[in-house]
Design a protein around this ligand. Structure first.
Ligand code: 8YV
Length: 323
């Protein structure tokens, strides 16, 4: 039997590319630039599996392309809001993701942002690099401490729980979360978390708010002008989830007006574009979607896709099937 044809829409870590090339007829988009719709449709017709990333839009036109040969979409990433799940279901195409393996890296990045914003690290680094540091002063660039502060988590899945563990056990923060589903008592107890059913009530009490819900229609602009207005003027908003969860224009206005004190963002509404008003503000730290960007995690993500493909082509259930 000929080997299944597999497409990677971007360059992956070499170790994973080599692993896949040993097992499949592998096509790699060596340009390493997002493929357009026409290229993705053509790939659906010529491959048995396509493996996209968050930088690809895999909509119904791609999934339901006439003459599609692909039977599985092995997404490289845990979030799959860039793939039309309903179209996969209609077309009977399997969709898999890569949970677990990026939990620690993403939680580490949430803490990186919390600390950077709280201690004004981006602002300080810009000042030093600009040659504008006048020297140490008792009142210079004063930030805030984490100990005893309340971290409000929106969403309480794997990444939120790992963020809570770091914040609670490492930094002495109090944990409150809001999520559609309350977690079992032992999961709450592990980080002394309190469940707060109302997002508004959570926003009103949190010193730091960190977003850990999925993207997509259900969470679009969950944080909007009205909800930003409920937050404390000293509060800091962190987003390592999906850019669409926050109304970026409303956030920029809230940061400029002092409605909240600061923000740390790793994700944006229209990546790689960043709202121009945010770029002008000092009290926001802006990272280029680095959540899972460690050597260990990016290899593990690729191997997780490989495990899903292997199961699928062996005729068994892929472990991470989401549609
Ligand atoms: C990935 C992410 O790098 O996995 C996710 O959902 O947001 C990132 O950590 C990206 O999605 C890869 O497709």
């Amino acid at each position: 039997m000929s080997r299944p044809h597999v497409l990677l829409t971007r360059r992956w870590p070499l170790a994973v590319e080599t692993y896949l090339a040993d097992r499949y007829a592998l096509t790699i988009n060596s340009d390493d630039r997002p493929m357009d719709e026409a290229a993705l449709i053509e790939a659906m017709r010529t491959h048995d599996a396509i493996c996209p990333t968050v930088s690809d839009t895999v909509g119904a036109a791609v999934i339901e392309a006439a003459g599609a040969r692909a039977r599985i979409i092995g997404n490289y990433g845990v979030g799959y809001n860039h793939v039309d799940v309903a179209a996969c279901e209609r077309a009977g195409i399997a969709l898999t993701n890569t949970p677990d393996v990026l939990t620690d890296a993403t939680a580490d990045l949430a803490l990186t942002l919390i600390l950077m914003v709280a201690r004004r690290a981006g602002e300080g680094e810009r000042m030093v690099r600009a040659g504008a540091w006048p020297g140490w002063a008792p009142t210079q660039m004063i930030g805030s401490e984490l100990k005893g502060k309340t971290l409000g988590l929106i969403g309480f899945g794997r990444i939120a729980q790992a963020t809570a563990a770091r914040a609670h056990h490492g930094f002495g923060m109090r944990i409150v979360y809001s999520a559609p589903r309350r977690q079992p008592a032992e999961i709450e107890a592990a980080v002394s978390a309190t469940h707060e059913p109302s997002v508004e009530a959570l926003l009103a009490q949190a010193d730091f708010v960190s977003l850990h819900c999925p993207g997509g229609a259900a969470t679009h602009h969950l944080i909007d002008a009205a909800r930003l207005a409920i937050m404390k003027p000293s509060a800091i908003l962190i987003n390592t989830a999906r850019g669409t969860v926050v109304d970026e224009a409303a956030l920029a206005a809230a940061l400029a007006a002092g409605t909240i004190a600061g923000a740390g963002l790793d994700v944006y509404e229209a990546e790689p574009q960043v709202n121009a008003a945010l770029l002008r503000l000092e009290n926001v730290v802006l990272l280029p979607h680095l959540g899972s960007a460690t050597t260990e995690t990016r290899i593990a993500m690729g191997m997780r896709v490989a495990a899903n493909l292997e199961a699928f082509f062996a005729g068994t259930a892929p472990p991470d099937r989401v549609a």
